[in-house]
Each structure stands twice: as structure tokens, then as C-alpha cells.
Write a protein that binds this ligand. Structure first.
Ligand code: GRF
Length: 190
């Protein structure tokens, strides 16, 4: 059985989608979900889905090895960032080379970098009059949104789309592709 640990900061709809996708399959499971926000909706989802969930604060993440030690103990084949907003510290990146994967709600390298997350991305896409947007699934390195790109999918934007409608289109792409891309990554080497 291959193992995924998910890190999420907010609603966790992608986390839930990944958990339920792999429950229907035999070779991969989500063994735990970690969050940096003790009020995040992802915690309720994990309770309902009966997936172990753990909250941690900034010190545990960045100043101590608490989270690093926990992750190492889980022996994950992939660490998946699904709406996780903190930068990944260097020691974590080094501990899991090419094993930390993020999803970004735009077509990187456009609309990436510090401060570019959630609705801010979709508002910027709208303001710039883009005719398409999409998702980028990429490996994580020490710089925000700069790791090697694994997969991108596009959706078109029409002039009357609001930022919220753009977000909905992007979420639909995330639900369709994120679990499938993770599955391919995990199963390609047997
Ligand atoms: C997603 O759009 C993801 O691409 C971005 O944050 C959002 C998280 O949504 N990084 P959710 O918490 O999975 O509902």
C-alpha cells in the first residue's frame, strides 16, 4: 500500500476528493491530514471521513522538527499540498526530494509566487482579461510555486465570467485531475 499525507489550510474540498478517490482503489491510501489552522473546515471533513488529522502551529512546523519527525514516521510515498498556504521549510524539502506535490489554481509561471493564492489568483486573472486559466500540479522546492511542473490543464474564460465563476471552473479541473495525476505518479514505478 502506498501512502499519501495531505497538508491543507482551509476548506479541504481537494483533500476530501483525494481521500474518497483512493478509498475506491486498493493500492494507495491517505494515511493522515495535517493542517496549520485549528478552525479549518478540513478538520471536520477528516472527522466525518475518519481520517487521522493533526493540527500544528508555526513553531512546530518551522522552528522544531516535530512535523518533520511526524512526516518521516508516516513513511509517505507523497506529501500532497492541497490548499496549503505556508512555505515548506528547507529541511522538509530536503527530507522528501521529489515527493512533495502542490496544486496551484492557475497556469504557472503566471499568477504564482508569494501572496498569490485562492481568490487573489482568480481576481488577478479576471482583471488582466485572460481568456484561459487552469491548474498546475508541480513538485515543491524552497521557492513558492517554482518546482518542476508535472501537469497542467486549461479551461477557457469568457468575458462575463466573474472571479467566482473562474474559481468554480478551476475547482472542477482540480477535482477531475489532481487524484489521477497523483495516482499516475505513485504507480508509474510499480
Ligand atoms: C485550491 O484552489 C487549490 O488549488 C489552492 O487552494 C484551493 C484549495 O481549495 N491551492 P480546497 O481547500 O481544496 O477546497
Amino acid at each position: 500500500m502506498k501512502r499519501i499525507v495531505i497538508l491543507a489550510s482551509g476548506s479541504g474540498s481537494n483533500a476530501e476528493n483525494i481521500i474518497t478517490y483512493f478509498r475506491k482503489r486498493k493500492q494507495i491510501e491517505v494515511s493522515a491530514v495535517l493542517t496549520n489552522k485549528n478552525t479549518a473546515q478540513v478538520l471536520e471533513r477528516c472527522k466525518r471521513l475518519k481520517v487521522p488529522a493533526l493540527y500544528f502551529n508555526k513553531a512546530a512546523f518551522s522552528d522544531t522538527t516535530t512535523i518533520l519527525d511526524f512526516l518521516v514516521s508516516q513513511k509517505p510515498d507523497l506529501v500532497v499540498l492541497a490548499g496549503f498556504l505556508w512555505k515548506i521549510p528547507k529541511n522538509l524539502v530536503a527530507a522528501f526530494p521529489n515527493k512533495i506535490v502542490n496544486i496551484h489554481p492557475a497556469l504557472l509561471p503566471k499568477y504564482g509566487g508569494k501572496g498569490m493564492y485562492g481568490s487573489k489568483v482568480h481576481k488577478a486573472v479576471k482583471e488582466n482579461g485572460e481568456t484561459e486559466t487552469g491548474i498546475t500540479i508541480h513538485f515543491v522546492n524552497e521557492h513558492y510555486d517554482e518546482g518542476a511542473i508535472i501537469y497542467q490543464a486549461k479551461t477557457s474564460i469568457i468575458a462575463k465570467d466573474t472571479a467566482e465563476q473562474i474559481a468554480e471552473k478551476v475547482h472542477a479541473l482540480e477535482y477531475e485531475h489532481f487524484p489521477v495525476v497523483l495516482e499516475k505518479l505513485l504507480l508509474k514505478n510499480g
